[in-house]
Design a protein around this ligand. Structure first.
Ligand code: ATP
Ligand code: MG
Length: 437
């Protein structure tokens, strides 16, 4: 495509609806959260995994289930223009992580604890807490069958809320049992909803015989009373499934982690069995689920791997950050250490190496840069230094640089007197500074 190079100002190109730019200073809050999460994962011995954003469409159709909201109407799917392959922007990443684990035989030497962070894509109606590109942080424990790992991943999320100072997050848990138990429940559900077919919407009617469990997570308010009274899966659980749920609850109890059993809790994907859970808040309107997950013991096999159990969760980063804002508990952000005020462009050959020395020592420095008319006035530079939030201004006046000196002025703590030091002492000054910080 060729574009004409007229002098007329071009029309603005804006971001795709429902997809957001994450800009400073907001992006610093994202980085702070990500740093907290990385440290949390380190302490729980979860290792980072990075998988492609584009996957074969079949991965999600097979993994999540054909009759699910995501696969039926939320995926960004397209055909590769060159070879016609059916591709999809990942709407979630459990299937991708499992695909990678199977493809690279990651479970060959035993189970694996993995985590990821990154963008996901769903074609939904954009609103507060619901976007078309959004971000998830997810933890997947592959190859573990015991209830203690269900509890461990829940404890991990719970610990994150505590460390972030998030309040008002309720843990809801339930059990979806095993396939045989679900089949019995399924038959009961079909029978029940058939007798209430008059209140079902078109989607529910269509799904009734394909995937009746999906009716239970319908958001249609008109159907809620009927959904409320529907047969509960928990009543169809056998002894082993009940014992598994009880074991998870016992561990949570022994750690003093509060929860409620919500027998209505089902998840949007078909891959779950046994334990499912959500962390829900009432502070974000109807987009109240900040983290959700459960056990998926049959997914690995379904993606073509050797059968192995697994459990995991994904949290919505935008919702967690929104909730942090609501709770008024913002993570501490890094402050700029120094702002370099430079009076003359000709000093740069001496100033820039001096700034490098500081950065090598771990000090953050923002350098004043020149415009078309050289360096801005001292007054303008000091104004910028102030608004940068830096702790110190490093003043590289022409005479000072000539003499091999720099003047250091405290911008925050008024009591520290201004001083002039040789450039050769900057490393020592930096060392003192980083040891204080
Ligand atoms: P919901 O019921 O809100 O649609 P979901 O069950 O589809 O959520 P999951 O697929 O379980 O969500 O994804 C895990 C988490 O990712 C959610 O709990 C939520 O915090 C977040 N999330 C899901 N979809 C979106 C979206 N479109 N925009 C922002 N966050 C989202
Ligand atoms: Mg959804």
């Amino acid at each position: 495509m060729s574009e004409s190079h007229s002098l007329r100002k071009a029309d603005k190109i804006v971001a795709v609806k429902g997809m957001n730019d994450i800009l400073p200073p907001e992006s610093a809050v994202w980085e702070a959260l990500e740093a907290r999460v990385r440290d949390l994962m380190r302490r729980f011995a979860f290792e980072n995994v990075r998988t492609p954003i584009v996957e074969p469409t079949a991965l999600f159709v097979r993994g999540l289930g054909e009759v699910t909201d995501i696969v039926e109407k939320e995926m960004y799917s397209f055909e590769d223009r060159l070879n016609g392959e059916a591709l999809t922007l990942r709407p979630e990443n459990t299937a991708g992580v499992v695909r990678a684990a199977v493809e690279h035989s990651l479970l060959y030497n035993g189970p694996k604890r993995l985590y990821y962070m990154g963008p996901m894509f769903r074609h939904e109606r954009p609103q507060r807490g619901r976007y078309r590109q959004f971000h998830q942080i997810g933890a997947e424990a592959l190859g573990f069958g015991g209830a203690e790992i269900d509890a461990e991943v829940i404890l991990m999320a719970h610990m994150l809320w505590q460390e972030l100072g998030l309040t008002g997050v309720e843990l809801q848990i339930n059990s979806l049992g095993q396939p045989a138990e679900r089949n019995q429940h399924r038959a009961a559900l079909i029978q029940y909803f058939e007798s209430h077919v008059d209140v079902l919407d078109e989607e529910a009617k269509r799904r009734l015989h394909l995937n009746p469990l999906r009716l239970l997570d319908s958001k249609n308010p008109a159907m809620q009373p009927v959904i409320e009274a529907a047969p509960k899966l928990i009543d169809f659980l056998g002894d082993a499934s009940r014992a598994h749920l009880q074991a998870v609850k016992d561990i949570l109890d022994s750690h003093g982690v509060p929860y409620v059993v919500n027998p209505r809790l089902v998840r949007g994907m078909d891959y779950y069995n046994l334990t499912v859970f959500e962390f829900v808040t009432t502070k974000l309107g109807s987009q109240g689920t900040v983290c959700a997950g459960g056990r998926y013991d049959y997914l690995i096999e379904q993606i073509g791997g050797k059968p192995a159990p697994a459990v995991g969760w994904a949290m919505g980063v935008e919702r967690v950050l929104e909730l942090l804002k609501e709770s008024g508990s913002a993570p501490a952000l890094p402050v700029l250490d120094a702002f370099a005020v430079i009076t003359d462009v000709s000093s740069l050959s001496k100033v820039m190496p001096a700034l490098q020395t500081l950065r090598q020592a771990g000090v953050s420095v923002q350098m004043q840069a020149s415009g078309p008319e050289g360096m801005p006035s001292m007054k303008a530079q000091f104004k910028r230094a102030d608004s940068s939030g830096a702790r110190f201004a490093l003043i590289f006046g022409a005479d000072e640089v000539q003499a091999g000196h720099v003047t250091i002025k405290s911008l925050r703590d008024g009591e520290i007197p201004q001083k002039t030091i040789p450039l050769s002492d900057m490393a020592a000054w930096a060392a003192g500074m980083t040891s204080v910080a």
